[in-house]
Design a protein around this ligand. Structure first.
Ligand SMILES: *[C@@H]1O[C@H](CO)[C@@H](O)[C@H](O)[C@H]1NC(C)=O
Ligand SMILES: *[C@@H]1O[C@H](CO)[C@@H](O)[C@H](O)[C@H]1NC(C)=O
Ligand SMILES: *[C@@H]1O[C@H](CO)[C@@H](O)[C@H](O)[C@H]1NC(C)=O
Ligand SMILES: *[C@@H]1O[C@H](CO)[C@@H](O)[C@H](O)[C@H]1NC(C)=O
Length: 547
C-alpha cells in the first residue's frame, strides 16, 4: 500500500487529490475497489461529465451543476446522477452497482421515467435547459437516483438501474445543494444530498452519493426516499480496515491542530493529568478525594452518569495552575475507529483531552471582554472525525466538532499539511475545532460570544504518539479511563449571577444591557453547568456526527 497523487478531471474542473492506492482487486476487503452488500456489489465512481448547470440559486446564490458518471467499471451500472453546489470544487462520488453472483435479479431497468422538473420556463442563468427525471421502477424494485438530461426526450431505459426493495432503506435529506432562490424555498424546488435516515455503527443504510429532489410546488410527489442497504449482518463481513491499515490511515491523515497564540490551556495525555495530581471525588466523601492511577484503573467502571463521582484538579494552588496548562510536549490524541453507512465508510474520531477549558469571551461592539469564570470548566474532551472511503481508503470528509453541532467539510475544502494531514484550528479557551483561522461570533451583528482561532506557534500533530483506544470491529485493549462513565470535572463551582455583576461593573453604561443579553443567550454547553463527560458517554461515540 502506498500513497499516490491522482488527478480527477471533469469537464471544467481539474482537482488534485491524494488517494491510497491499495491493490485494486474488485470484491475483497478494505480498499479493494468494490464492496459486496450481500447479493449486490457496489463501486464508488468520482469522475463525471457535466450535464447541466445554473449560475444562480442555492447556497451563496452561486448555482449548482449536475453530472453523470463518466464511466463505470466493467459490469457496473449507474444508480443515479450527481449534483453539487458551485461554491466548492467538484469533489463527489456516486455508487455504481452490479448484481452479485448469488442474486442475478437484484437490479432492473426502469419501466419508464417521469419528468420531475425542467428549467425550460425558468428565467435563470443557465448554460442550456436541464431536465430531471425520476425512473419508474418495476414492481418490487425502487429507484435510488435521478437522471438529468439537457434535452426534453425521455432518457433511454438503459441509462440507469433500479434496485430490488430488499437492498434499499429509507433515506433523508442531507445538506441543501440547490434551489431557485438563495435560501430554501418551502414552496418550490429544492435539491439536497441524500443520506440514510438511520445512521451509526450498527446501521446498515448505504449512501448512494446521489441527490434528492423536493418539488413542493409541483403536482406529483417526486422525492425519492431510498438509499441502499447492506444485507450482510455482521461487522466482520464489512470491509473495514485491519489494524495495520488503521495505522497507515492514521499515519496518512492524522490532523494537525493549531492553537491560538494566547492559548494558556493546552492538551495533555490522560495519564499525565492523573499523574500530576488530578483527583477522584465521591459524593458524600468530598473531604477525602483519591489520587488516580496513571492508567485510570482505580476509576469506577461502568454504571451510569449518576453524579456519584467526578474528577477535579489538584487542590494545591500552584499544582492546580500548572495542571490547567496541560503538557503539549507529551500530549497525544486518542483514536476511535468505527464503521459508518453500512461500512462503506470508516469514521476515525480523533479525541483530544485538555485538563482545563478557559473562560468564554464576548465581543461588545469594539470591545473584547473575558466573561470572568463563565465558560470555565475542568476536563475538556474535543474531537475531529475523518471519514474514509472503504472502497479505496481515500479521505472524503472531515468533521470539525463545535459542541452544539459542527461542520462536515469535503476533503477538497480542507487545508492540508505534510501531504495529506488536514489542518484544524482549536479556538482560544473553548477548544472548539474550525477548519480556518479567524473569528466566529455566536450572536447577532456586532455583539456575541466570540470563538477565536489563529495559527499560533503551539501545534500538535495528532499522528505522533497516536493511541488507538477503541475499534468497533476489532479487539484492542481499552484503557480503563475510557469506561469511566461519570464527569471529568465538577459541576459549576461559581455563581453565574455574581460573575455577571463583576463583569458589568467595569463596562460603560450602554454596554451593560448588551452584555446581559449576550450572557442570557449563552448556550448551556458553554456554561458547562453539568460538567463534561468522557468520549464514550457522548451520543456521537456510536452515532453519526451532528451538522
Ligand atoms: C491487513 O490486510 C492487508 C491486505 O489484505 C494484509 O496485507 C495485512 O497483512 C493485514 N494486516 C493485518 C495485521 O492483519
Ligand atoms: C465497560 O463497562 C461495561 C459496563 O458498563 C462492561 O460491560 C464492559 O465490559 C466494560 N469494558 C471494559 C473494557 O472493561
Ligand atoms: C464556540 O465555542 C464554544 C466553546 O468551545 C462552543 O460550545 C460553541 O458551540 C462555539 N460556537 C460556535 C458558533 O461555533
Ligand atoms: C455529541 O454528543 C453529545 C452528548 O450526547 C451532545 O451533547 C453533543 O451535542 C454531540 N455533539 C455533536 C457535535 O453532535
Amino acid at each position: 500500500m502506498f500513497l499516490s497523487r491522482s488527478v480527477i478531471r471533469s469537464v471544467d474542473v481539474t482537482l488534485i487529490v491524494y488517494v491510497f492506492m491499495f491493490n485494486m482487486i474488485l470484491g475483497g476487503g478494505f480498499a479493494t475497489g468494490a464492496i459486496d452488500l450481500g447479493g449486490l456489489e457496489v463501486c464508488q465512481v468520482s469522475s463525471f461529465n457535466k450535464i447541466w448547470a445554473t449560475n444562480e440559486g442555492g447556497p451563496g446564490n452561486l448555482g449548482a451543476t449536475f453530472y453523470e458518471p463518466s464511466s463505470m467499471p466493467d459490469g457496473f451500472f449507474v444508480l443515479g446522477h450527481y449534483s453539487q453546489c458551485n461554491n466548492k470544487p467538484l469533489f463527489g462520488w456516486v455508487l455504481g452497482a452490479k448484481h452479485g453472483a448469488s442474486d442475478p435479479s437484484s437490479l432492473a431497468i426502469p419501466t419508464s421515467y417521469s419528468l420531475v422538473w425542467t428549467s425550460e420556463s425558468q428565467k435563470i442563468k443557465q448554460d442550456n435547459n436541464g431536465y430531471i427525471w425520476l425512473p419508474v421502477a418495476p414492481d418490487g424494485y425502487k429507484a435510488v437516483g435521478y437522471v438529468v438530461t439537457p434535452s426534453p426526450e425521455k432518457p433511454s431505459m438503459e441509462r440507469i438501474r433500479c434496485v430490488r426493495s430488499d437492498y434499499t432503506e429509507i433515506a433523508e435529506f442531507d445538506r441543501w445543494i440547490w434551489g431557485l432562490k438563495n435560501e430554501i424555498d418551502p414552496n418550490g424546488l429544492n435539491v439536497y444530498g441524500s443520506r440514510p435516515k438511520d445512521r451509526g455503527v450498527q446501521a446498515m443504510g448505504v449512501s448512494t452519493g446521489s441527490f434528492m429532489v423536493q418539488n413542493t410546488g409541483g403536482s406529483a410527489d417526486v422525492s425519492l426516499p431510498y438509499c441502499l442497504k447492506n444485507t450482510k449482518s455482521t461487522l466482520l463481513a464489512k470491509p473495514m480496515p485491519n489494524l495495520s491499515q488503521i495505522n497507515a490511515l492514521i499515519d496518512a491523515y492524522s490532523p494537525i491542530i493549531y492553537f491560538h497564540p494566547d492559548e494558556k490551556y493546552l492538551p495533555s495525555t490522560v495519564n499525565w493529568y492523573f499523574q500530576n495530581g488530578a483527583l477522584l471525588y465521591q459524593k458524600g466523601l468530598e473531604n477525602s478525594p483519591s489520587p488516580i492511577e496513571p492508567d485510570g484503573s482505580n476509576l469506577p467502571q461502568g454504571g451510569s452518569d449518576d453524579g456519584s463521582y467526578w474528577l477535579d484538579l489538584p487542590i494545591d494552588n500552584s499544582a492546580k495552575e500548572r495542571v490547567k496548562k496541560g503538557d503539549l510536549d507529551s500530549a497525544n490524541a486518542y483514536f476511535h475507529v468505527k464503521p459508518m453507512f453500512g461500512a462503506t465508510f470508516t469514521d476515525i474520531a480523533v479525541w483530544v483531552f485538555y485538563p482545563f477549558n478557559g473562560p468564554a469571551r464576548a465581543k461588545l461592539e469594539f470591545l473584547t471582554i473575558s466573561l470572568g469564570k463563565i465558560g470555565e470548566h475542568v476536563g475538556d474532551w474535543e474531537h475531529l472525525t475523518l471519514r474514509v472511503s472503504n472502497f479505496d481508503g481515500s479521505l472524503k470528509s472531515v468533521y470539525f466538532s463545535e459542541h452544539s453541532g459542527g461542520t462536515l467539510l469535503d476533503a477538497s475544502q480542507v487545508e492540508f499539511e505534510k501531504g495529506n494531514k488536514p489542518v484544524a484550528y482549536a479556538s482560544l479557551n473553548g477548544h472548539a475545532f474550525y477548519s480556518k483561522p479567524g473569528l466566529v461570533l455566536q450572536g447577532n451583528g456586532r455583539n456575541g460570544i466570540r470563538n477565536d482561532t489563529a495559527k499560533g506557534k503551539a501545534v500538535m500533530d495528532t499522528g505522533v504518539r497516536a493511541v488507538v483506544v477503541y475499534v468497533d470491529h476489532l479487539t484492542v485493549v481499552e484503557p480503563p479511563w475510557l469506561n469511566y462513565s461519570r464527569k471529568w470535572g465538577p459541576k459549576l463551582s461559581y455563581d453565574i449571577a455574581k460573575e455577571i455583576e463583576k463583569v458589568k461593573k467595569v463596562l460603560p453604561g450602554r454596554l451593560k444591557e448588551v452584555f446581559e443579553r449576550i450572557v442570557n443567550g449563552v448556550p448551556n454547553e458553554v456554561l458547562g453547568e453539568e460538567g463534561p463527560s468522557g468520549p464514550k458517554m457522548k451520543n456521537n461515540w456510536s452515532g453519526d456526527e451532528k451538522y
